[in-house]
Design a protein around this ligand. Structure first.
Ligand SMILES: NC(=O)c1ccc[n+]([C@@H]2O[C@H](COP(=O)([O-])OP(=O)(O)OC[C@H]3O[C@@H](n4cnc5c(N)ncnc54)[C@H](O)[C@@H]3O)[C@@H](O)[C@H]2O)c1
Ligand SMILES: [Zn+2]
Length: 389
């Protein structure tokens, strides 16, 4: 991939503006890229054990070469570490090392590391600058962009957090080569989401290139990450604090989050639940007369070809509505859904309980088995696996 030109996506938020930089091999140049952003020598490098094993040394070397004095802060991997007590450990380390207002944090890892390090940066001394160096597909196309940071609470995911924009997002797509396949495929659900909500041409590109993406071919991978970042950046710029338009990013997530919560965050990882949500919410939109069956079939086919599951098991239907109501995005008791009207365009509108119930009834009648694409899980909701997000 090294011959590929550097790509830059600007995120324009007045004094909080920053660039997303995308370049294969970028990790080895992190130090020199930070020079334009900070002169303070102190940098805390927050990462997790999995990522540290593979990528910490190259980043530390680059930082030292550029004259920085990095302090590695290594967290346990996985969603279970995304807590206030882990964050307290980061804050302890910063205080012990006498970090100041100008000192920097660098988040090296997936969405868990990015969310928690960003939150620590938001609150240490009422806010210090930080950069995101995302290493999973979910983090590269979604969580590192937009400034949402936070941790989980035992009563809810991402319940505690702050908006704090990074000073830069530095993406090295070569890191994706070591990502477990399951994580890679789950990340593709978020990529497909961008096509449905904002860009039919991009959706068509994904339809054409899905076999190449599954093989991690460099050019389509870079184009998919770049276009996803552009769409996320565009949405964030129009609605930084999620008062309205930013909610379109929630397409696939009303049902997705409900399925995750019904599985006790043990059966499905986040992107897998979103894959099902993309198809089922399109199906529900079709039931409501908002889009044609052809739209549902196109989304379903792409989700399946990506190796994602597209169906819910029977077990989840009875509690689905209750779980949908517990989603954070519910306002005043109303479930506001994001519905495709065609590929590339969605609308936001509330859904009535009776409509959802009638839709579920039609699905019962149509043998809603856990059929799925190649390699997809057979009983996603009941499967045992590591904690989701
Ligand atoms: N802030 C936001 O806007 C936003 C958006 C979406 C998701 N999120 C959050 O992101 C989190 C999920 O992020 P995720 O999917 O990246 O999960 P993750 O951070 O748990 O990473 C998944 C696993 O991959 C490992 N890993 C990371 N990079 C690797 C690499 N290059 N090679 C090998 N292994 C690697 C990690 O150690 C971990 O075990 C959730 O907590 C979710 O709430 C936040
Ligand atoms: Zn998501």
């Amino acid at each position: 991939m090294v011959g590929v030109a550097e790509q830059i996506v600007p995120v324009t938020l007045e004094e909080r503006s920053y660039d997303i930089v995308l370049h294969p091999g970028l990790l080895a140049t992190v130090g020199e890229r930070l020079r334009a952003l900070t002169t303070s020598p102190k940098i805390g490098v927050v990462t997790d054990r999995h990522v540290a094993r593979r990528y910490l040394q190259v980043v530390l070397r680059s930082l030292c070469k550029a004259g920085y004095d990095p302090t590695p802060i290594i967290l346990p991997p996985g969603e279970r570490a995304k807590t206030l007590s882990t964050m307290a450990k980061i804050l302890d380390a910063l205080a012990r090392q006498k970090f100041e207002r100008q000192s920097f944090l660098l988040a090296l890892g997936g969405g868990v590391v990015g969310d928690i390090a960003g939150f620590a940066a938001a609150v240490y001394q009422r806010g210090i600058p930080f950069v995101q160096v995302p290493t999973t597909l979910v983090a590269q196309v979604d969580s590192s962009v937009g400034g949402k940071t936070g941790v989980d609470h035992r009563l809810g995911k991402n319940l505690i957090g702050a908006f704090h924009q990074p000073r830069a997002v530095l993406i090295d797509p070569l890191t994706l080569r070591t990502l477990p396949r399951r994580e890679w495929i789950a990340g593709l659900a978020e990529v497909i989401k961008y096509g449905v909500i904002a860009d039919e041409e991009f959706f068509g590109f994904l339809e054409q290139k899905i076999p190449a993406l599954l093989k991690l071919d460099e050019e389509p991978v870079i184009r998919a990450i770049k276009r996803s970042c552009e769409i996320k950046a565009q949405v964030v710029v129009t609605d930084e604090r999620e008062s309205d338009r930013r909610r379109i990013l929630n397409y696939g997530h009303t049902i997705g989050h409900a399925l995750e919560s019904l599985s006790g965050y043990r059966g499905l990882i986040h992107g897998e639940a979103v894959g099902i949500g993309l198809v089922q919410e399109a199906d529900l939109a079709c039931h409501m007369g908002l889009c044609g069956r052809d739209v549902v079939e196109r989304i379903k086919s792409l989700v399946q070809r990506a190796g994602l599951c597209d169906q819910m098991s029977h077990a989840s239907f009875t509690s689905l509505w209750g779980a949908m109501q517990h989603d954070k995005k519910v306002t005043g008791g109303q479930v506001i859904g994001v519905w495709p009207v065609r590929i590339g365009k969605v609308v936001m509108q509330p859904i009535e309980k009776e409509v959802c119930a009638a839709w579920l009834q039609t699905k019962r009648g149509h043998g809603n088995r856990s059929s799925s694409g190649r390699g997809a899980p057979k009983h996603p909701v009941r499967r045992k696996a590591r904690a989701g997000k």
